[in-house]
Design a protein around this ligand. Structure first.
Ligand code: SF4
Ligand code: SF4
Length: 179
């Protein structure tokens, strides 16, 4: 596989600075509402804050790739006296939990770094985090060029997992008849 330079966009998270205000969830879900900014619902946010104020746990995690299978990760981690489960840090939309799934359709949600035209100076969750717990960074990295899995294919796979391939094909056929 050939190698190419690509810009990698990351958000570095400082859990010591996060105060659990959830402004990041509000702006992310609002920005991705249809139409834009028409509503906000943290369940639709591509960043979720794992919160347990009594234990001083505030952990923002932004959504990564969809996975159709549960993993075996059941480990616990103690960091600065606070206990986290392995799932807390995971960015995947997976069958084990509701996080990073569009609540109505069940389709996986993935952070798109607030792609827009013109490009935003920084993603909105970073701009709205007044505690500076989220820091945006772009860096050049050499990476193997892989064929991209299109968003549509990922969405279809998630629907097939949820409703079964047969039901999905029937639904598409019914839609085609109405066109
Ligand atoms: S906006 Fe910042 S401080 Fe507030 S919950 Fe999100 S990451 Fe934490
Ligand atoms: S970068 Fe944008 S899409 Fe990603 S979690 Fe933050 S607000 Fe949501």
């Amino acid at each position: 596989m050939s190698k190419a330079k690509k810009t990698v966009k990351v958000i570095t998270i400082d859990i010591e600075k996060c105060n659990g205000c959830r402004a990041c969830e509000v702006i992310c879900s609002s920005y991705h509402a249809e139409p834009k900014y028409s509503s906000n619902n943290p369940a639709r946010s591509r960043i979720r804050v794992i919160r347990d104020p009594l234990k001083n746990i505030f952990l923002p995690v932004y959504a990564g790739e969809y996975t159709p299978a549960e993993c075996m990760g059941r480990n616990k981690y103690i960091i600065d006296g606070r206990e986290y489960s392995e799932c807390d840090f995971c960015r995947a939309s997976c069958p084990s939990r509701d996080a990073f799934k569009e609540p109505d359709s069940g389709l996986p949600l993935k952070c798109d770094m607030c792609e827009d035209d013109p490009t935003l100076e920084e993603p909105l969750c970073v701009q709205w985090c007044l505690a500076d717990a989220l820091v945006y960074e772009e860096r050049e990295e050499e990476a193997e060029e892989e064929p991209k899995q299109e968003d549509m294919e990922i969405g279809l796979r998630a629907l097939a997992d949820k409703y079964g391939l047969k039901e999905l094909v029937s639904a598409v056929a019914r839609m085609a008849q109405k066109e």
